[in-house]
Design a protein. Sequence first.
Length: 471
Amino acid sequence: MTETTPKPHHIVIIGGGPGGYEAALAGTQLGAKVTLIERDGIGGNAVLTDVVPSKTLIATADAAQSIAQAAELGIRFSIEAKQVSPKVEIDLATVNRRLREIADAQSGDMLQNLKDAGVRVINGTGRLDTNHFVVAKTEDGKEERLEAKTIIVAVGATPRELPSAKPDSDRILTWKQLYNLNELPEHMIVVGSGVTGAEFASAFNGLGCEVSLISSRDMVLPGEDQDASRLIEDVFTRRGMHIYEKSRAESVVNKGDHVEVTLADGRVISGSHCLMAVGGIPNTAGLGLEEAQIAMTETGHIVANKVARTSRANVYAVGDCSTALPLASVSAMQGRTAVFHSLGDIAAPTHPRNVASNVFTSPEIASVGWSEAALTEGKVNGFVHKISFDENPRAKMQGIEDGFIKLICSTGGTVIGGVVVGPKASELIYPIAIAIENRLTVDEVAKTYTVYPSLTGSITDAARALHVPQN
């Protein structure tokens, strides 16, 4: 009797963003055969049109504010007669060319990593054809039916558009269309005060534009820590931004040489450009999900559990197209978790409360774990301590005027939450996230040495202030 070689476990991934990319690498690492289908480029929106380019633009705005890294970022200086300080000029064409080059280079590096790992990459689209087959359609219209033991859907999302404010790639823009501008807008009107809206409003304000931010809520960044939201709103106002709270945009019209935004109360705001930052829509239409009887929400998101599994046992969904947190870091972790779970490896479920997130405004806002609002509402019991950066010696040396560190612990002293507002908050939140993930106590955090002087010193200061006496 001759032994037959079993077929390798074939994983087919639709979408090559952070989730699909990490899933593909994890699959080859565990010995699976992996095929990845991507229509726009490896890295998806996160690398090509969202996270990488937007954070590059924000980094340029930060550099403009600090008068640093001028030449290579496209920032020019000139001194006028009797002018005391240099005038910063932004060469937006250079800025946008640079950020596109960075995005393309990152996408190319990721593609090469996939090829080196043995992943087959198909340039095209994919759709489910029953629960064990995927039909891949290439750019030239050819179709291939792929049998898969595991299917991972990682197709991301696209900017939401309003019928009364249709983007035109000219003056009414989505976050995908900003990087084709060759000149800095005179007056950017941003509709939407969530994370995307606040980040771009901050960036264009930092680049020297007049900015108007239209918020339908009673504060900017309503989903963040209230102290952080109030601080960032105060910073925006001090820097000359116009904020329209409790105001809903009814329509946006391109008038040829300017745009007009009409609010629900009848007011009309005129500007040179308008950015629509009103959320995203999952790219799940036309994937055959309904035919495969995969559970979805009313918004079109795929329902996925803590290991990214859908209502079909062999189909997983990761990233912005699923019901998980819409963060690139979560998508990447989900991609790996889906593969580990499918192949029987150790698959740790995702706990959203342990996920650190960051808003890349200036200053940045980072948070993780339980919020102070949860304590106030009685959802969890504990204590909170906040230390302003004006008490921190390193912050004084660096001229940091706005920011704080807030630490939250349970009644027993375990670290359960934290907020950081300030430069590089995205880096400073990490030790707090480690403490939460590993259930460290405030005393354990407090006895960990930090450099003096350092911004992280305020984390241990807050931890010491939260010491729970042991009777």
